[in-house]
Design a protein around this ligand. Sequence first.
Ligand code: ADP
Ligand code: GLC
Length: 487
Amino acid sequence: MQLLHATAEAVPFAKTGGLADVLGALPAAQAALGHDVLVVHPWYARLAAVPPPLWIGDVPVPFDGGHVTVGVGTLEAGGVRFAFVGHPSFQRDALYGYPDDARRFALFARAVPAVAARLAFVPDVVHAHDWHAASIPALLRHAALLPPGFSGLPSVLTVHNAQYQGWADAADVVAWGRLPGKLAGPLALHGKGNLLHAGLRTADRVTTVSPTYARELLQPAVAYGLEHAFADLGPRLVGILNGLDLAAFDPAADAALAATFDAGDLTGKLVCHAALSRELGLDPNRPLLGVVSRLADQKGIDLLIDALPAVLEQGWNLALLGAGDPALEAALAVAFAAHPDRLGGRIGYDEGLARRIYGGADALVVPSRFEPCGLAQLIAMRYGTLPVARATGGLLDTIDDGRTGFLFATAEAPALAAALARARLVRDDHDRWRGMQVAAMAARFDWARAAHAYDDLYRDLVAGPRSTPTASGTAVGGPALDQDPAS
Ligand code: ADP
Ligand code: GLC
């Protein structure tokens, strides 16, 4: 099949989190299954592409009542074609965090069909990821001025994180996309434009990145206002667990590590532990907890901060790498300064240090309030670093409590401290700890399994009727939008 992915991030070109890991690996796994895969991605100022994409010209994109010109770049990597959408609004220091983010990514989404057409690529299925690309299903169903072959193409929307939704004015969402004005209301959520909601209402299938998160998305606390939209999807919402790029994350061949190792010989891990402790100025004779995380409310780092007295009391050191919320950054800096030989790390984004933490720590703390899948715990397990994690979303689906890691139920510091205490006891039992390390390293979450699961979904979609009417026949469901006379 010809598959088109639209994403705001993909390794190695741009990354702020696991979305980039997924789009750096899934398309290649699909190409390995024989598919012809195109990934469309913004052309950011700081695109990590060496050599840079080949610029092949400009295309006009219908947008906001007129046309906007975008540049098109292209390159091939890992058997996958990439197309980059160039526009001045992507020439900024950071990927996100600007007041016009919704507009910028609505333009990206609107550009995707035109850019694919410029490459003479008409897909069988369009697969959009997260809010940045979520308006594409609505465009394929309802927008004017699509290139030949794109109108009505089957669409899949994968929700990697439902907290980020792309809020805007309802009128803007339809104006930007050059969608029928009558859709402003049905696509909106509580009267506000919401790009993720627009995608949920119009995609043929919605997937998310673990089965447990798919179930949790029916709860208001996890769905952030989208719980009814998820519930209305019924069987059209599916959880497909992410994989891990086992070649990109391999402790036996990771050049960032002080020494390599594998499950058969963990001596190199001791070298990594000593080197990391030295690098961060930590007492090397203590067991070491690691954290590699965005510092966002989702990640529960405040629980860890509250549990720091217990961490110290239990005898752990802590190596933390993360950036994000300034209040959390400041609280961590204070803690580091108060216990320089026990707590250390760096506020920032650092791929090398992340790998040294995965390699050198004994356990990785992942106290997430919610976690759609989580890549950090998968990387940690591959590096023989046992996750101590909250039993939610993909953490629950990937960690086997007491065998490959340690889970705790409630998002509260005492529960985290108790799980750390359990881990600490096992850590003192060398053989048991080693047994868990070996089990964690053997738990292979490869991408081939997920690629096959997406295959089944696509085939079903291409073969059958794409939408099944919702039980309630609600006026805002995807099928009902189809019947909108304005479309
Ligand atoms: P999320 O996508 O919600 O941030 P994941 O666990 O799915 O969480 O993926 C996070 C990815 O980003 C992992 O590859 C992790 O190693 C990486 N990462 C997170 N924070 C940092 C950081 N400060 N420096 C380097 N890598 C980071
Ligand atoms: C999101 C989620 C994370 C997931 C990643 C890749 O960033 O927060 O849990 O692993 O997407 O799907």
